[in-house]
Ligand binder design. Structure first.
Ligand code: SF4
Length: 419
């Protein structure tokens, strides 16, 4: 009879001679290019003033129409395919379970986050609605039409959740409210819950209260950078961007008070220069507050100020994915885990047999985010290939099994050995 044994869970280099994590020193964004005055604030789109007509499918360097929220919203390519407004297929996915909507304006997001494809410094290069964001294009549609399609599908809708993503813009607080109202006029938010991906920089506590009162179910804050230094370097003064670490935590605490336990969360990007210990300290802090973390693997977004930097090695990513899942859903605490002198996880704080069962179940390696209708630890927001190509999946938008688990175990240096 075959007997199954395991190698030790010791971190090892991704490739010979390569680091198995992205250190702070190596992850410096490049300088922001100057934007000619004539191209700032969406001037080209506003000057040409082309009226929108139905769905807008992005292309490169085509003049986008003059469209703005709350009448128009952009949506992820996966959402557009699932909604039926754009042709296409997704590797090993039938559809996405989350309708991710993004507020849109010709002048775009006024922040300049170093890892983001929507950042302000791209004004000279591409109109806002044509910019890639988490690796894909974001088509635009009238919000009324989006609502009509989903309401028309009734209980047959493939979506388990809708999410309104705000950007940094003076109108985004009011427009998030307007989009939510358009939705709830036709769709019961108890049947199809709504998440808010907020923009704390422009928000006050009263804005959080208002969104809750209008029927939002979960409120999230995209901290993204896991330490104050990294935040400043990638989202603050380091890149002439307006965000402040303290403000993000202030709004997160407001969300905890207003939305309550299990109904608020924080987005974190792994591999931008934080240590695994630092990232998981934030995860533990969120659990202690009553919330969850939603994780993204750093990928060098084309056109961003970090597009010259390496994607997160899979070793680092898998360790953090697994440890985060244990803290968020299995009651393991940071203090139960062990770390080496570079902050890497060396012990996950569980007996090996238990850990093996969790790895084989695969859920820890799925995309993390707000839950859908399946179970609490399975996210509706599956963001197909938002943080990796399908050829080397970081966050699995489907249930990993068989060869996927073998690959995950290889990343973790925790292969099963049959003898
Ligand atoms: S605020 Fe959000 S959308 Fe705007 S540049 Fe930063 S990460 Fe991108």
């Amino acid at each position: 009879m075959a007997c199954i044994t395991h190698e030790n869970a010791v971190p090892r280099p991704s490739e010979a001679g390569a680091l198995d994590f992205n250190p702070f020193e190596a992850m410096q964004p490049r300088a922001s290019p100057a934007v000619p005055k004539a191209l700032r604030n969406g001037a080209r789109v506003k000057t040409q003033n082309v009226a929108p007509a139905g769905a807008y499918i992005p292309d490169i360097n085509i003049l986008t129409p003059h469209m703005r929220s709350p009448q128009y919203v952009q949506m992820s390519r996966a959402a557009a395919i699932t909604l039926g407004v754009m042709p296409g297929q997704m590797h090993r996915c039938e559809c996405t379970r989350c309708l991710n909507l993004l507020l849109t304006y010709p002048e775009g997001c006024r922040a300049n986050c170093a890892y983001c494809g929507l950042a302000r410094h791209r004004e000279a290069e591409r109109d806002y609605a044509d910019r890639n964001f988490i690796r894909v294009d974001w088509p635009a549609l009238p919000m009324e039409q989006v609502t009509e399609i989903v309401a028309g599908a009734g209980s047959q809708t493939p979506f388990h959740r809708m999410c309104i993503s705000m950007i940094t813009h003076p109108h985004s607080d009011a427009d998030a409210v307007a989009v939510l109202k358009t939705w709830t006029r036709r769709i019961d938010p108890h049947a199809l819950p709504v998440s808010i991906l907020s923009n704390p920089t422009t928000m006050a506590r009263a804005d959080v209260q208002r969104l809750k009162a209008l029927g939002a179910d979960i409120f999230t804050v995209a901290l993204d950078a896991c330490t104050p230094e990294l935040f400043e370097r990638t989202r603050g003064r380091g890149v002439q961007s307006p965000h402040a670490w303290g403000k993000y935590w202030e709004i997160l605490h407001d969300a905890r008070d207003i939305f309550g336990p299990g109904k608020f969360g924080m987005h974190l990007i792994i591999g931008m220069g934080e240590t695994e210990f630092e990232a998981l300290s934030v995860v533990q802090q969120l659990v202690d507050l009553g919330g969850h973390s939603h994780m993204f693997c750093f990928f060098p977004e084309q056109g961003s100020l970090m597009d010259h930097l390496p994607a997160t090695p899979r070793d680092q990513w898998r360790r953090v994915q697994l440890a985060r899942y244990l803290i968020d859903y299995r009651g393991v605490r940071l203090q139960h885990m062990r770390f080496d002198d570079r902050g890497r996880v060396t012990d996950f704080g569980l007996p090996r047999a238990e850990l093996d069962g969790i790895i084989d179940a695969g859920i820890a390696f799925r995309t993390s985010g707000c839950p859908g209708k399946l179970r609490d630890d399975v996210s509706a927001c599956d963001r197909p290939y938002g943080d990796s190509p399908p050829s080397n999946i970081a966050s699995y938008p489907f249930q990993p099994q068989g060869r996927d688990i073998v690959r995950i175990r290889r990343d973790l240096a925790m292969r099963r050995r049959v003898r």
